[in-house]
Design a protein around this ligand. Sequence first.
Ligand code: ZN
Length: 164
Amino acid sequence: MSKTTICPGCGLHLPSEMEQLDERYNASYACRELCGELSAYTLSLGDEEFIHQLVVDAYAAQHASTAMKPIAITFALAGLYLRYEHNYTGKQVQHAHMLLARTPKNWSHFNPPEAKATITILDILNTPDSERTATLEAWGKAVWNTWKPEHARIASLVNERLKV
Ligand SMILES: [Zn+2]
């Protein structure tokens, strides 16, 4: 008999043997598995832009919960902010994260949005290789848009600390 779990982060209904959730990520184990699958794919690309960074940030931002460490949410949102408002590549975001980690360790709390992006990790995996990067970008953008109420605060944090 196959069971279904609903991912609390992205809302995906997925068949799963395990009914409990991966609380660290506010995700179902089945959703975490898909994230692992996509990560294996993006890491295998070995691309100069390092698109994999977007998977990390968008996934964390889509699955954010109040139980998550403020630093994890802040880094994910800073990554999406720099990607979509400043056109940073994954590689540049990675560098920005490194600089951000050297700034004072007082991290603000950002409130996860009620709205959920309609694109999920499953949509990306279901997209043929040739169009997968485009779907990935659209997913990240959709997740970033759900955080609209916090856009101004994340922008000022990044601008203040990194002078971008
Ligand atoms: Zn999920």
